[in-house]
Ligand binder design. Sequence first.
Ligand code: URA
Length: 274
Amino acid sequence: MTQPALDFVIATLEKIRETRDRSPRASRTTLARLQSGFPVAVSLPATPKSHEGARETSASPTERWLQPASNKAALLEPIRERVRVCTKCAHLASSRTQTVFGVGNPDADLMFVGEAPGVDEDQQGEPFVGRAGQLLTKILRAMGFAREDVYIANILKCRPDTPPGSFGNRAPTPIEMQTCRPYLVEQIEIIQPKVLVALGAVAVEGLLGMRGTMRELRGRWHSCNGIPLMITYHPAYLLRNQAPSEKRKVWEDMLQVLERLERPITDRQRNYFL
Ligand code: URA
């Protein structure tokens, strides 16, 4: 943020503090942005005066963006650090190898949200690197993306613990999801993807707070805080159900995503799994 713009923000906040009953409020993300010198959304009084250095935009009168180029990667770092040392779920903090924050391009138009790290992700510190992750990577390639082009994160940043000696993963509990969700919300607020994809019912529950069957939820557009959200099956489901009809369902959901992103789609792509 330029110095005149910053001066303007501070002067405006002081004015609000002096003239209103309640102090101005700012989210953690906004405060991090102010501290790091990156753009913030600022609520202005209803009849703003023009100030030198403030950018006039066509945004709503109370909401203006003061914006030099952003650095979303830098904005994500303090959150990554808070996640790294998080002990809100003591049982998960003590059982995890490490937290699994997210991976990919912070400037991505497309963001995938899964459930929680599994054993491979817990070992490697990266989401979707196990068998389900390899299938997700293949789906991305079929869409014309590399993993580095999109952003991938989970509802939970820790692997759900399992009894010693047991195999497999367990689903996150509602309390674990509620506890961890704010981190994901902050990630989404910073990345601001054009499209979100929820992989499986647990991701849907974590993002939208609602339960439903995938049959009724998938394949159509939902909204997550104003961001278009496509719901599709988790890749682990496709590993269990190898029928071409199920692959086609996921693929049709991804075709809708590509259309929404206005990406070119070849005839070959349209016909996958038919
Ligand atoms: N399944 C998920 O939902 N997330 C991962 O990171 C890996 C598997």
